[in-house]
Design a protein around this ligand. Sequence first.
Ligand code: ADP
Length: 306
Amino acid sequence: MTGTPVKKKEKEVPPSPPLVIRDQGKGARYDRVGFLGEGGFARVYEIQDSKNRRKAIKVINKNAITSKKNKTKLWAEIKLHQILVHPHVVRFEDCFEDQSNVYMVLELCENGSMMDLLRRRKRYTEPEARYYLVQLIAACQYMHQMNVIHRDLKLGNLFLDADMNVKVGDFGLAALIENPGDRKKTICGTPNYIAPEVLFDQDNGHSFEVDVWSVGVIMYTLLIGKPPFQTKDVKTIYKRIRENRYEFPADKEISHSAQDLISSILNPKPDERPPLDKILSHKWFLDGPFPAYIPASANDFAPDYR
Ligand code: ADP
């Protein structure tokens, strides 16, 4: 055969942001020092400011947000993230733009996402799960007080700072409840973590309880090593969510109190799910060691709390 092979159309990779990123308006300068990861339409880099403080910067190429819908989504993410200031929410420090990109300067989470840690460790111990869940629930209580529903809580959006403390990030799907009692109707979330009412009760809509559901999925995933409704195809995941079909595998022994708490959170009826303060007072939180801190070695090995 002759001729040149047909080249497959490749996904367009936007050009890298400059090595020195300048916020012209404020006269600030950031040196790009490393790459941290990428998501939907953003790439995230490690940067250093003029005082050598390390931060993260989320870079969105303007060519990726030409549609009105994508622009609205990005402004909503910035607007909501900006108002949230809490020890367990990734700190939003600044945002600006140049000709090519929109930039969001964020607190750097040195230890990556809790999903990265799960991949290395396979599962978390119960004492670790207690520690991380208390921090996650504190962040949720704060977000809900601020009338924000995160709507995409999952291990990939929970980050760990240098001291192994949880920081909730990625407000790309978050929603503000502007009037008490308002309900949201958009189907959104990540299949494994999505609450049943988002999928199957669109007439009635959904509210803060969807985050509580995700907390239950997160707790199960930490302790068992994979999400409760996981299968190969999304349709079957949704079918399992609809039927509330999941099990606690016998070979991955977890305590009865942990099973009891998970089952109570994964209640298909949102108004019967325990509120966040009720979750915190569940006996599982006192049913074994509660670590004073998590050592960095937990990135690779299960800490021993006996
Ligand atoms: P998207 O909203 O497009 O999904 P994310 O906010 O999830 O993008 O970020 C993509 C990746 O960048 C994450 O999976 C993580 O690896 C990395 N990342 C994001 N924010 C931070 C941060 N503050 N500190 C360290 N790494 C981060």
